[in-house]
Design a protein around this ligand. Structure first.
Ligand SMILES: [Cu+2]
Length: 310
């Protein structure tokens, strides 16, 4: 009872008193004598129901307001975000290449001096690796230097080029990589095949791209890989066969070539302009040459490498 009284408080007690007086003054005749306690209990009951109803209404209203506020804030935030997010600035469009004016460069890369005798490679650790093998770090016959990566290093400005949908192929056969130097555009697929009866583990060790290595058992499906960023002469090795090495050059333009066994290369389809042509050899480094191409030019740009100091 004392607890009830406390819960009622001053205003509650005053209201109860008024009700008792109202009943008494109306001269009502209850079935049994109306006692203070009956009225008190009924009052508490009504008050309880009222309180519950009020709570539900209060809570619902609060929730609704909260949700509305949240929605409003989100909307504002989104609006601010889209206002603050810098839209990619429209790069000034590069002049389209006119196929009627394109030029060609070609040439021969020479090795000046006596080419080192290719070192013999012992592949006896894996009986599945048959045949002869020789080091390919400098491949020069009659002074013609093979496996030189030639590309347009500068002069194309902000031109961008479509990535070819056809892949380039890297084959493993005779426990060697074919080719030894491969050019590919950034994002273009490289189809890696294993034609050997042994498991290879392809392991590129890039500077500017993601490193990975993956095993490829005999007769397994080709691996499809690509590199996102430009990187010249990215080394690739095999974790199974320590002599297996090759280089992938990842470029942003289609203007590249690799010298063949006669040291020859050709790059076609260049718009007229001033260019820097880079020649890169895995042991002998890089040499650049400038060339100016007029419309429909075919220019010969030869290059000579001297033996390195070692
Ligand atoms: Cu291997």
């Amino acid at each position: 009872m004392s607890a009830h009284r406390d819960r009622l408080g001053h205003r509650g007690r005053a209201a109860l008193q008024r009700r008792v007086e109202a009943i008494n003054s109306a001269g009502l005749q209850p079935r049994r004598p109306l006692v203070y306690r009956d009225i008190f209990v009924q009052f508490l009951h009504e008050r309880d129901i009222m309180n519950k109803k009020s709570w539900i209404i209060y809570a619902s209203t609060l929730c609704l307001c909260g949700l509305l506020l949240l929605a409003a804030c989100n909307k504002k935030e989104n609006a601010e975000q889209s206002a603050n997010t810098p839209q990619p600035a429209a790069a000034p469009a590069a002049t389209p290449i006119d196929p009627n004016t394109v030029a060609t460069i070609n040439g021969t890369v020479k090795f000046d001096g006596t080419a080192p005798k290719p070192a013999k490679i012992d592949m006896s650790q894996d009986p599945a690796c048959k045949g002869t093998n020789e080091s390919e770090n400098i491949v020069a016959a009659n002074g013609d230097l093979a496996n030189v990566f030639v590309y347009v290093k500068d002069g194309l400005g902000n031109r961008t080029f479509d990535v070819p949908s056809t892949p380039v192929t890297l084959d493993q056969s005779g426990c060697k990589y074919h080719p030894h130097v491969l050019g590919v555009m950034a994002g273009q697929n490289i189809e890696i095949k294993n034609d050997d009866q042994t498991t290879h583990n392809i392991h590129p060790t890039p500077k500017d791209n993601r490193e990975w290595n993956e095993s490829q058992p005999p007769a397994s499906a080709p691996l499809d890989k690509s590199f996102a960023r430009e990187e010249i002469m990215l080394p690739v090795k095999c974790n199974q066969h320590p002599w297996m090495k090759m280089y992938i050059s990842v470029v942003k333009t289609p203007f590249y070539a690799v010298t063949d066994k006669d040291g020859k290369y050709e790059i076609k389809g260049l718009p007229p302009g001033d260019y820097t042509i880079a020649f890169v050899q895995e042991k002998l480094g890089e040499q650049d040459q400038k060339v100016t191409l007029a419309a429909k030019d075919t220019k010969t740009v030869d290059q000579t490498f001297k033996p390195s100091a070692e």
